[in-house]
Write a protein of this length. Structure first.
Length: 498
């Protein structure tokens, strides 16, 4: 009988290690002046340097060094007074130089930490993730395997290579081993990547779009018998590109490794690929050791020796910590913990804040983005902000506040904007959406409703105020939902002597 996750965790202790690759948003590549724009035609953003042609010499990108230092400072790291680049030698088709310029034994940032909050059975608990190193390197090119069913090289008819990405500045953030997470290992891994992404976004050093590969996570995981005090053999699941997938990759590896150990098989140290469809991993290649890469100092680049004064200037420029910002916004908006968590989990906190900064009430902004708009976005499998702009949502909320729209009419306006009918003003004009506020027009509808339901009207006159709901509904129907229900209720009750 195979073990499920809960059974596996009862017998085995997981140990995590996370390596996050971040593409920096510099305008040019790490060692040359080629553009870094995403989505350009294949092989149009290359030059002799990033293609590794003979005689081409690299020059380090100062902005990339600055971004790397900012990341290290935000992660409580020590900034090395002296660091240097090395050549990491291996052959792969998307490495045009047959080596990657990286940092090995002398990285730019070392010994940091990031605290991650995770909801446990005992409430919120903080897990400290220790950072071993933050180092600079360059990205590889991209292989496109054509034919076959998996999109991978196995079974493909042929492969195409795009070197636009080769040489784009990368920062790799490597944790120390993370023990003691127990059954919360998948949530800790996800929470760490989410917290790290928030920090990077706040620093404005990367667009951190996981779906485009500008933030990728390698998940290292090993299991050991509970209480043994030993570390097991680890696997490394490569290039996991969503928060949900990070969580699922950890869960899947715990289950896979536990079942292998239970059946008497050994764990092989290897890289693995995450399968989105099943949540499982499949073998890649046996995992190299550092010596397999034959690292040696890069002879064409001088060491990086950042000025101490410059480092302190960068430290002073650090933005508000994401955790402090969340606490500040929660207090300012008076948001309960559960609703704050919902905004964060839906990745809508920034969007709600932008809407509030445009003058919207925080409660209304939160309600619209987490409610109607998210519902439509989920149905279409897109992001809420891909459907409608923050500016348009703020305008709709302002129209509700001024009494020019009811909530019901506002939903129609939002639907129209999403359908491509223009901005809120355009939709209102085209659909003729206007609140009926003329008292004489409303009274005519009220009198018609009373005439149609005389028995209900008598009950209201007799003191049964809840019975007025049927009459109000009739008036709203008669006005096409364009009347202010609160005003209709006020006029109706007054007319019936209540």
């Amino acid at each position: 009988m195979s073990l499920n996750y809960d059974q596996a965790i009862e017998k085995y202790e997981p140990t995590l290690g996370l390596e996050v690759h971040v593409e920096l948003n510099t305008k040019s590549k790490m060692f040359c002046g080629c553009a870094t724009e995403f989505g350009a035609q294949p092989n149009t953003q290359t030059c002799p340097v990033c293609l590794g042609l003979p005689g081409a010499l690299p020059v380090v990108n100062k902005k990339a060094i600055e971004s790397s230092i900012l990341i290290g400072l935000a992660l409580n790291c020590s900034i090395a007074p002296f660091s240097r680049f090395a050549r990491k030698n291996y052959f792969y088709p998307d490495m045009p130089k047959n080596f990657q310029t990286s940092q090995y034994d002398e990285p730019i940032c070392i010994n940091g930490f990031l605290d991650v909050e995770v909801e446990t059975d005992e409430g919120m608990k903080t897990f400290r993730i220790e950072i071993e190193r933050v180092h600079m390197e360059e990205d590889t090119g991209k292989s496109l395997h054509v034919g076959g069913s998996t999109g991978r090289i196995h079974g493909a008819e042929y492969s195409l290579l795009d070197y636009n990405r080769a040489g784009i500045p990368l920062v790799e953030i490597v944790t120390k081993i993370v023990p003691g997470t127990g059954k919360y290992a998948p949530l800790v891994a996800r929470g760490y990547v989410a917290a790290l992404r928030d920090i990077l976004r706040g620093l404005k050093v990367s667009d951190v779009k996981m779906e485009q590969g500008s933030l990728r996570c390698d998940v290292n995981l090993s299991l050991s018998k509970t209480g043994s005090g030993k570390l097991g053999t680890r696997s490394e699941t490569k290039n996991v590109n969503s928060l949900r997938s990070v969580e699922r990759a950890v869960t899947g590896e715990v289950i896979r490794q536990a079942n292998r150990l239970e059946s008497g098989e050994r764990i092989v140290q290897e890289t693995r690929h995450f399968l989105e469809e099943s949540g499982e991993t499949r073998p890649g290649r046996s995992k190299e050791q550092a010596e397999d890469y034959r690292y040696f100092p890069e002879p064409d680049l001088v060491p990086v020796v950042p000025d101490a004064k410059w480092i302190e200037e960068l430290r002073k420029s650090l933005p508000e910590k994401p955790s402090d910002r969340r606490a500040r916004l929660q207090t300012a908006w008076g948001v309960p913990d559960k609703e704050m968590a919902a905004m964060i989990n839906a990745e809508l906190l920034d969007t709600v804040e932008e809407t509030v900064l445009l003058g919207a009430d925080p409660t209304k902004a939160r309600s619209w983005w987490l409610g109607e708009i998210s519902r439509i976005a989920n149905d279409r499998a897109v992001l809420p902000t891909e459907l409608i702009s923050v500016k348009d949502v703020a305008q709709v909320i302002a129209l509700i506040a001024s009494g020019e729209l009811t909530d019901k009419l506002a939903r129609q306006v939002v639907e129209g904007v999403i359908a491509g009918e223009g901005n809120p003003a355009d939709v209102i004009s085209k659909r003729g959406l206007k609140v009926v506020s003329d008292d004489s027009q409303l009274m005519k509808a009220i009198e018609d409703a009373i005439a149609a339901q005389p028995e209900t009207a008598e009950r209201v006159r007799g003191g049964n105020v809840p019975a007025a709901g049927a009459l109000i509904g009739a008036v709203m129907k008669a006005t096409g939902g364009q009347a202010d229900a609160a005003k209709v209720r006020e006029l109706l009750l007054k007319h019936l002597g209540q």
